[in-house]
Write a protein that binds this ligand. Structure first.
Ligand code: GDP
Ligand code: MG
Length: 254
């Protein structure tokens, strides 16, 4: 068989199931660390439940993903996961889902591994959201998940640090209400309200405009050029204020 014929025949098997995200759909990718429970506790002994070094590696990975060839409006990280909101008009790779997922997982894994000095692997999936309100709901969802994780993790590690076994510590909190967990921490002299915002709400990364001094070579005149740079926010707003914050980010691009 001639190469051209073989190429045409085989290409179908590779591309026939390709899914392209429809125009007008918001795309949000979630990139999650693989087996990071083992990585953070057995292999690398990060401080538990929260380690600033780990947070900073995840944040640097988010910044890398926002500058590796896609138009990303907002990056968000909590625990071992990253969410990215793409510009509504993003048309990289003809919006092929498999390309987004494979490239994002690859870029995240490569960047994080370099920072860690060991292999750290991420997977990726895409939510296709048909309207702005669902984009807001998506980020509220991850934000609430961060909050819930923080309460559970602080309770769990409080007992673990007193020498209680993993199984027993986990079992203590499985059926405990949120207010009882808060009370439990309070008895241990931990006021959940006073814990750092990034632990309870995650970290956001977004573009902020600034003016850069430049020179117009033709007129030989000083000019101000409009640029944007990434801002890392470790104290994100909460609840409805967070919804408004996401709404503003989405509206900026329409
Ligand atoms: N020690 C430590 N662990 C963390 C930190 N941030 C996230 N993790 C852990 O990362 C894991 C993420 O959870 P999950 O994705 O469900 O687990 P996986 O399937 O093992 O990747 C949990 O075990 C978290 O405790 C941190 O700052 N310090
Ligand atoms: Mg994970």
């Amino acid at each position: 068989m001639k190469f051209n014929e073989l190429d045409k025949k085989m290409r179908i098997y590779e591309t026939a199931q390709d899914n392209c995200v429809l125009p007008g759909m918001y795309m949000v990718a979630r990139i999650d660390g693989r087996c990071f429970t083992t990585l953070t506790k057995d292999k690398h002994k990060f401080e538990a439940p929260y380690d600033v070094r780990f947070r900073d590696m995840m944040t640097a990975t988010v910044m890398h993903l926002m500058q590796c060839g896609f138009k990303v409006l907002y990056g968000y990280t909590q625990s071992d996961e990253i969410s990215l909101l793409f510009d509504l008009n993003e048309c990289a790779f003809e919006r092929k889902e498999r390309k987004f997922n494979s490239v994002l997982a690859g870029e995240a894994s490569a960047k994080f591994s370099l920072l860690l000095g060991d292999i750290g692997v991420f997977d990726s999936r895409i939510s296709q959201l048909p309207n702005r309100n669902l984009v807001i709901d998506y980020f509220r969802w991850r934000n609430e998940d961060a909050h819930r994780n923080a309460l559970n993790a602080h309770c769990y590690w409080c007992l673990r640090k007193e020498g209680v076994s993993p199984k027993e510590s986990a079992a203590t909190f499985t059926r405990m209400s949120v207010s009882d967990k808060n009370e439990f921490l309070f008895q241990k002299r931990v006021n959940f309200n006073d814990l750092p915002g990034w632990q309870k709400r995650g970290v956001g990364v977004y573009w902020v405009p600034y003016e850069k001094d430049g020179v117009n070579p033709k007129a030989d005149k000083a000019v101000k050029a409009k640029r944007s740079r990434l801002k890392v926010d470790i104290d994100l707003p909460m609840k409805d204020q967070y919804s408004n914050f996401i709404r503003d980010l989405v509206l900026e691009t329409v």
